[in-house]
Design a protein around this ligand. Structure first.
Ligand code: FAD
Ligand code: NAP
Ligand code: SF4
Length: 678
């Protein structure tokens, strides 16, 4: 049987002259944390081998430092000694054995390094790291270049198919190429040519030691997103230089880490930056790779079919589903577990020095320890609650061979995800629900919707799993029964349409989401659905005439359609508990839309006039039409208590087990872990 090829551009091999890639998918570099310790390399090898078996065209490892000073982290992990070669061989061999190809990314952290020995072209501290870098002497520059060359030589020895030289995102090379950090007056600074010299030296000398049958990718910062970033003509000149110096492929980098414009988070439209690569492609002869928020085969295929690029890079989508390419090739794209761009288990972990994983796929980076093997004995299992915890548990347990019945009291699966997907910029949550819906079908789970279960219904099952989630926390406050007071559930389910002035009590994840929801006009598409609207909202110049893509461009965020106050009792600015890599976007987005955020609030009472509060001892009246309560949640344990009273044992997972610090990452991981061993 032949499968119809829906993705002819994506699945077309790419001939690089000395080697051929089996398709146009590059697994982009992503630090997992497993690179940091020698002991974790077997896990790293298993992680990559699974992606290679899933048929990705070319893998790029997480950033590997070329020397101690260039290490992005305090633990000097990298490839700068022969002693480190064997551990890297584990990775390259595992990928080759699985039929794949792999390049090692050489990442010099520059002033983004988290240690006091960091170096940069000039001694200018970055706003996102605590250390001021040392400005390199001319001799020091030469030493760093030699380190890149040594890393390339060792990478070849370690069996890699190539290297990627990281020249974007505000790391070391990028710091030289723009005047933002490069204030030098010697041959490494000043003119465009002088600033690019370091990239040219690194690329040409790496090519010299690597020979001609070795892939060298240059990751070029095509859009710095800083007012003193590079002009477009400088970027084109750098690309031409990279090609002449021996780059096999040019990859796209978008935005420095310190730029205050979102580039990969969930509110960024799918494929939002491929237009930048498209502008560069005609300027060079080597294939170019585009990147950022490409998360389905269709998005990737459309980009390639339009001619925006020769390859697409995806990093997080391959964490979410190692079989992304294989499923696309086999006509099973609808079975792909889609990356929802939440960053919660990947980048947020990386920046908290925790091993990376994936919210929708907790097996990511745990391939050697979390496996869903066929069950030795098939059991009958009742799972109550079809939120993320119950969905993950039911479908995985059924795939393992158990007979699973899933009971959900409402008319649809998804639990709180059905509210999350309504938040502007969070439409991706719907893709996750579609995946789970398919998984229930494929695994043969018997789904019973509109079925509120009580203890009596659960007799006779071998195992009972309760994933009954949470209730909103009720708070004590004078006037809490006033008709102005509504719960976030009624607001998000549109049972209540709040008036033009609204106070939100509670500024956790849900408070922020409700503020976002209420600030938008109903049925008006938000900017996550259009690259042009997104660029306008955040002040990106799509003509590429502005320096750094942003200089002189005023962001045009649409004003909130309501007067909104987002409140918390804790002193300080609301939003500190939001995700490490995305919290700033939510805060900035609401601030730009005019939402007022207050910390240190004492709630006094609610009456016909509105919400009475005091802040810093000063009494205030917020004359609002509605007060939305988003004050956290408590576990829904009623069924668990009922079962316990009857002496029936059960497994309690997700929000039903623990409401504090509950999120979907925790809920899905719990459901999956239980299903793996039940
Ligand atoms: P739930 O999702 O609450 O599901 C429980 C299910 O059990 C419900 O469908 C309920 O109807 C059913 N049920 C209860 N009792 C019974 C019974 N007796 N019989 C049958 N069925 C029953 N998390 C994140 O990680 N990232 C986010 O960006 C994010 N955004 C969010 C945005 C919003 C607006 C909301 C509301 C939540 C968001 N969350 C987010 C939180 C996340 O959705 C929850 O942590 C997660 O859904 C909890 O999963 P759960 O399966 O434990 O419970
Ligand atoms: P939350 O993050 O715990 O926030 C609850 C808020 O209510 C806090 O601001 C808290 O601040 C306030 N509060 C608590 N008790 C109160 C009381 N008795 N009276 C008044 N205010 C009170 O919970 P949530 O916002 O409901 O979110 C639930 C979970 O969903 C979170 O754990 C989160 O991880 C997840 N989620 C994540 C995202 C995301 O983008 N990652 C988005 C949505 C939800 P004070 O105590 O200072 O007043
Ligand atoms: Fe994508 Fe979220 Fe998984 Fe990261 S944690 S790979 S952003 S779904």
């Amino acid at each position: 049987m032949t499968t119809e090829n829906h993705y002819p551009h994506l699945l077309e091999p790419l001939d690089l002259g000395f080697t051929t890639l089996r398709n146009r998918v590059l697994m982009g570099s992503m630090h997992t944390g497993l690179e940091d310790h020698k002991r974790d390399f077997p896990r790293l090898a298993a992680y990559f081998a699974e992606r290679a078996a899933g048929e990705v065209g070319l893998i790029v490892t997480g950033g590997i430092a070329p020397g101690v000073r260039g290490s992005a982290l305090p633990t000097p992990t990298g490839l700068f000694s022969r002693l480190q070669v064997p551990r890297h061989k584990l990775v390259s061999s595992a990928v080759h054995d699985a039929g794949g190809k792999v390049c090692m990314q050489i990442l010099h952290g520059g002033r983004y390094s988290f240690h006091p020995m960091s170096v940069a072209p000039s001694a200018i501290q970055s706003p996102i790291t605590p250390f001021k870098p040392k400005a390199l002497s001319a001799k020091g520059v030469e030493k760093q270049i030699r380190n890149f060359v040594r890393a390339t030589r060792l990478a070849r020895e370690a069996g890699y198919d190539g290297v990627e030289i990281m020249g974007s995102e505000g790391y070391f090379i990028n710091e030289f190429t723009t005047t933002h950090v490069n204030k030098r007056t010697d041959e490494w600074g000043g003119s465009t040519r002088n600033r690019y010299r370091i990239a040219e030296e690194i690329l040409s000398r790496c090519r010299e030691v690597a020979g001609h049958d070795f892939i060298i990718i240059y990751r070029l910062s095509m859009l710095d997103l800083l007012p003193d970033g590079n002009r477009w003509d400088e970027i084109v000149a750098q690309a031409k230089m990279a090609e002449a110096a021996g780059a096999t492929l040019i990859n796209t980098g978008i935005g420095w880490h310190e730029a205050r414009i979102p580039t990969i988070a969930t509110m960024v439209p799918r494929g939002a930056f491929s237009w930048v690569t498209a502008r560069l492609r005609p300027e060079v002869g080597v294939p170019v790779i585009t990147t950022n928020r490409i998360n389905t085969p269709k998005v990737a295929e459309d980009i390639l079919a339009r001619g925006d690029a020769d390859m697409v890079s995806m990093a997080r989508p391959l964490l979410a589903d190692p079989e992304f390419v294989k499923k696309a090739r086999e006509g099973r794209a609808d079975e792909i577990n889609i990356c929802i761009a939440c960053n919660q288990a990947c980048l947020d972990h990386t920046f908290s020095r925790k091993t990376c994983s994936c919210l929708v796929n907790p097996r990511a980076c745990r391939e050697t320890e979390l496996n869903y093997l066929p069950a030795t004995q098939s059991k009958t299992i009742a799972v109550v609650g079809a939120g993320p915890a119950g969905l993950a548990c039911a479908s995985i347990a059924a795939h393992r061979g158990h007979q699973v019945s899933l009971f959900e009291q409402s008319g649809e699966i998804g639990g709180q995800f059905n509210m999350a997907k309504k938040i502007p910029g969070k439409a991706e949550f719907a893709a996750s629900l579609a995946y789970f819906r398919g998984e229930l079908d494929r695994s043969g789970v018997k789904v019973h919707l509109d079925t509120a279960v009580s203890a009596g219904d659960l007799e006779g099952f071998d195992e009972i799993v309760l994933a009954t989630g949470v209730f909103p926390r009720q708070i004590e406050l004078q006037g809490i029964d006033h008709k102005k007071v509504v719960s976030y559930i009624d607001v998000l389910n549109e049972k209540v349409v709040p008036g033009p002035r609204v106070a939100i009590i509670g500024a956790g994840g849900i408070g922020f989401d409700v503020a976002e929801f209420l600030s938008h006009a109903k049925d008006h598409p938000d900017s996550s659905q259009s690259s042009e609207a997104f660029a306008r909202e955040w002040g990106i110049d799509i003509t590429l005439e502005a320096q750094g893509g942003v200089k002189g461009i005023e962001p045009q965020p649409p004003a909130s359609v309501r007067d909104l106050w987002l409140l918390q009792r804790k002193p300080g600015k609301p939003g500190k508990t939001l995700g490490k890599t995305t919290g700033w976007i939510h805060r900035l987005s609401l601030r730009k839309r005019g939402v007022q955020m207050l910390g240190g609030v004492t709630y006094e009472h609610i009456d016909d006039q509105g919400l009475h509060i005091s802040v810093g001892g000063e009494q205030r009246l917020l004359a609002v039409d509605h007060v939305v309560i988003c004050a956290g949640q408590v576990s829904n344990r009623s069924l668990a208590d009922e079962l316990e009273a009857q002496g029936l044992s059960c497994h309690v997972i997700g929000g039903a087990k623990k409401a504090a610090e509950l999120d979907a990452k925790y809920a899905i991981a719990e459901g999956s872990e239980l299903a793996a061993k039940i």
